[in-house]
Design a protein around this ligand. Structure first.
Ligand SMILES: Nc1ncnc2c1ncn2[C@@H]1O[C@H](COP(=O)(O)OP(=O)(O)OP(=O)(O)O)[C@@H](O)[C@H]1O
Length: 288
């Protein structure tokens, strides 16, 4: 081990520095992941208990050490059970979203067959314009890399070319397909009436009902872009990676969808901050 410096009796090597650096990055990532959720409180509770355990052990308080020691013994298992959704999210993030991987995707997508060349985004935008004007609720999932079979199976398979009239027919309040979401992949509507995972984020605005929570939830769980049209206000919300943008104009929506499909997204998606939960239900805010 390469010796670096010494603090009193403590010898610090390069490996220690790297080790501490990696643990800091890991802890920060965990914090970012659980920030805003109830998991933070559980995490702090466990941390406090562990500190007490270290203190009573150092003070050689045998009975307390034994009781807390029993608890610590099953601590890992308990943590896996308690943090199951967060661990799942963490693994998903690792599996899909590092910048390195995104850069590789960008390079590959420059020369691989690009499905969105024949995707007429104008049809979607025209449909959204009408849905917005008529305050017709809608939920659309755009996927560039996967068919999302798991979610498509929760609804009715369609496999039809994206087209304004079809989207309007699906989301028409009298249509048997209007409930749930459509999944759009390779310029085709793969399925309608799909059930999406609902976000459990406590800091979403209070006026976010199930449709909006499903949009954010889907974007948390998958590498997709999700558009929600509010039935109440006609407002548009776009969700990506658990973050969302509100009160966007149609031109901005079009650009965001194209950026997503072309893998050329800019990082200006705002995180869901605590203060947003207090934001007025009717105050539109553009977070781009
Ligand atoms: N998990 C889900 N997956 C897909 N669609 C969902 C899901 N949950 C709710 N929806 C859709 O949202 C509709 C109910 O929306 P709700 O009124 O709760 O949402 P909202 O966010 O307040 O939106 P709006 O502003 O349109 O009322 C349902 O009729 C259904 O079509």
């Amino acid at each position: 081990m390469i010796f670096l410096f010494k603090i009193g009796f403590l010898e610090v090597s390069w490996v220690d520095v790297i080790d501490i650096g990696l643990v800091s990055v890991l802890l920060y990532q965990v914090y970012k992941l659980i920030r805003g959720s109830i998991a933070v409180n559980i995490f702090l509770g466990i941390l406090a208990l562990y500190l007490v355990y270290l203190i009573v052990r150092a003070a050689q308080m045998e009975l307390l050490t034994m009781i807390l020691g029993q608890f610590m013994g099953v601590g890992v298992l308990a943590m896996i059970i308690l943090f199951q959704p967060e661990i799942r999210k963490f693994l998903l993030v690792i599996g899909r979203g590092t910048e390195f991987r995104e850069n590789i995707f960008k390079t590959i997508s420059n020369w691989r067959h690009e499905y969105h060349d024949d995707f007429d985004i104008g049809q979607v935008i025209e449909a959204v314009k009408t849905l917005k004007a008529s305050k017709t609720g809608a939920l659309m999932v755009f996927s560039r890399d996967t068919e999302l079979k798991f979610y498509a199976q929760t609804g009715d398979a369609l496999d039809a070319e994206v087209n304004k009239r079809l989207l309007l027919s699906i989301f028409n309040k009298n249509s048997p397909l209007h409930d749930g979401a459509v999944i759009i992949y390779k310029g085709r509507i793969r399925a309608a009436r799909c059930v999406l995972p609902v976000s459990e984020n406590d800091h979403l605005p209070p006026n976010f009902g199930l449709r909006h929570r499903a949009a954010v939830g889907m974007s948390e769980s998958t590498d997709t872009l999700v558009l929600a049209v509010s039935e109440e206000t006609g407002r548009l919300v776009l969700a990506r990676n658990g973050k969302y943008l509100r009160a966007l104009k149609l031109k901005q929506i079009e650009q965001k969808i194209l950026d997503y499909l072309h893998n050329s997204e800019s990082g200006n998606w705002e995180e869901v901050h605590e203060h947003e939960a207090e934001a007025s239900a009717e105050t539109p805010s553009v977070k781009a």
